[in-house]
Structure formats: structure tokens, C-alpha cells
Unconditional design. Sequence first.
Length: 276
Amino acid sequence: MELIVVDLDGTLMNEHSAISYYTSETLKLLAEHENAYTVATGRTLHGARAILEGHQVLLPQAYKNGVMIWHPEQGQFSSGAMLTADELDHIVHACIQQGVTPFVFTLEEDQENVVYHPALQSAVEERLIHNLGIEDNISARALDELPADAAITHVNAIGSSEAIKAVLNNVKDEPNLVAYSGVAWEGRQWRWLDVHHSDASKGGAIEIMKEMLGIERVVCFGDSDNDLSMFEMADESYAPSNANDAIKAAATAVIGHHDEEGIARFLRERFRLESG
């Protein structure tokens, strides 16, 4: 049995952060042909829920770069490596030092995500709250209310390119942290930041799912550094032409651009999908 694993942003989704009609129909064809597929994304479940709604992703899914695995049938998460209080202090200090607001995400005992953050400092941070589904789907609380025993999954932030790069340089020396950053949708002068424990990865989460589901082969698709771990463990790995150079170099092959439905077109050919 093969498992198809697809990244969302920059891979399955187009430049408007949406799944096109053609791609949606391709996912339906995968299901009709009994091809097993799932997603592995840097997003939270809440950040991906509206995008995946109606697409019948029924198997376990990897969120926050493998920090958490969502099990749809049970309606619950299994979680991996959490950030310690000392590691969080390092991240928060690095952010505040650069005038960047850290958004600290936790997983509560009732399986709900709660985000803790200090006072917002810019309009772009207010937009990040909206994009992450905070307030609508995720409870937000003041950072000084964070419980001492909180299960901390990750930290998100957004800021000027200069500020985020300074935070990255600060946290990269911490051996138990891994950080990813990229250009934000708001413009090239802004960058997003995502920090989590180094023991968590998309590849590690897929290894768990592979054993859980009795999968023999993995075919994956991704475009960025956080996809490298699953490229390393997969039997086949494909990068859209918009992917970064490191991903292209690690891929089995480079395929079509994400904004030209490159993944969907490849899936139809690779798995011989026909619409009738």
C-alpha cells in the first residue's frame, strides 16, 4: 500500500492559498481509485480546516511540521516533542528583543489549542491573528497567564525581514530548536517565523503514520525546508518548480508549478486517474 503525502502552502494550494477546482477534483479521483492520501503541513489544524473541508482527508494528518498528528476518526491529537520552559524563554526573549510579538501555542487536555501572547505591536500582527484563526477558532490569552505545566507545541511570529532574521540567528544556536521562516503574504518586507522542538518533523510524523497504517511506500510532495525530512524518508519525493533549491536537489523529480496545478496534473498521470 502506498501513502501519498502532500504539503499545502506552495504545493497543493495555489498562490491565493486555495485548492483549485481541478485539484479538488483530482483529490476526489484519488479517493475513488482507493489511493491513500493525507497532508503534512506547517499549519495548525484550525489553520487548515477551512481549506480541507469537503476534501475527504480521512487518514491521520501531520500538523505544525509534525509536532502533532490529528486522528480524524478519534477526534484527537497525538503529540510529539514539546518545548520546555527554558526553550520558550529563549524564543520569547529573542522575539521581544527585536520588537516582535511571539504567539505561543499550547495543546490543552481537552484537545483544544490555546495561544498566549503579549500585547500586539503592529497591524501585520493583527492580520496574523486572523490568518491563524485566533479568536474565531482558537482561544487567545495573555502571555503572563501561561501555566507553568503547559504543553507548548510551537511559537509563531511575524515581523520585518530584518527583525525576523535577527530572531532566527538568535535561536539557531539552541540545539533543541528548529526554526523556519519565509516571505509573508503581506509583502516582501515582512517575514513569518515558526519555531518548534527539533525532535519533531514531518518525516518523523509520517514514519509514525506509516507504521500505524501498515504503509509500504510513501510518495510525498513539498516545496520548502520543512519538507526535507519527509523527502529523506519517502520512496518518491516531488517538488513543484516553485520550490526552493534544496528541495529540488533532494527530490526524485521536479514537476509543475503550484499555481499551475502541477501537483494535481502529476497525480493524475502518476496514478492513472481518469474522470470517467
